[in-house]
Write a protein that binds this ligand. Sequence first.
Ligand code: GUN
Length: 285
Amino acid sequence: MSQLINGKEISAEVKAEVAKETAELKETKGLGVGLAVVIVGNDPASRVYVNNKKKACEAVGFRSFEYALDENTTQEQLLELVDTLNKDSSVNGILVQLPLPKHIDEKTIINAISPDKDVDAFHPVNVGHIMIGDYTFLPCTPAGVMRLIESTGTDVAGKQCVVIGRSNIVGKPQAMLLLHKNGTVTICHSKTKNLKEICLGADILVVAVGRANFVTGDMIKEGAVVIDVGMNRLENGKLCGDVEFESAEKKASFITPVPGGVGPMTIAMLMKNTLTAAKKQAGLI
Ligand code: GUN
């Protein structure tokens, strides 16, 4: 039987740290912190994420600026808004919720966000910093995963770390963060051969493939730390991760639940990045 990693509790700790520092900034420097969140169209999942981000801003004492744009917004109109937000000193962080409608090129939009306000750490400049290991903004989900691993008391150094998934948002930056902590990292993906064998060698297994119950207990080494980044909705409406929880928890020493594992951490780390952005823009760090 494994121990559950409580993402709700750990994310609350992160948000409490952010709230405390935000209040101190206001009191000692008269400085407020603001996050602009832009959503284009009516994707229901995106709507839920954006609402949660807004709630988190309120909880930590940030100003939140929400821009809910029509599905038919043009790329030029969105670029204009990003430009305005780049120049607005009350906006410390800018987040454009992905995915965007098909007629808008995501790369063009991400590249237009000022790297200093890119609290997602998606801009190529920030991706480059992550690669070098010299970062202002940590990518939110991978940073949340690292904090969850840390909470188990596991030292990543020298461990076999397997990341399943190679997305720009999770898999690739996750591998870098594990590498920076001296893990021995393998990235697996849809073309990987002998996936089960590789997974069975993992002391730390991070799964971000977006397929319900993709990893089963027979792929997990006894005593492994298992982090499930997946969030899939089954036909019966139930949420489940990329890891089949029932069989996996019999093998893992620590495992994240879905929901209540990685999900809340992403937003907490976004708050942390936004505070960092504000401090950096004020010349405090
Ligand atoms: N869509 C799903 N996850 C994310 C995220 O972390 N940031 C943004 N901007 N869009 C997302």
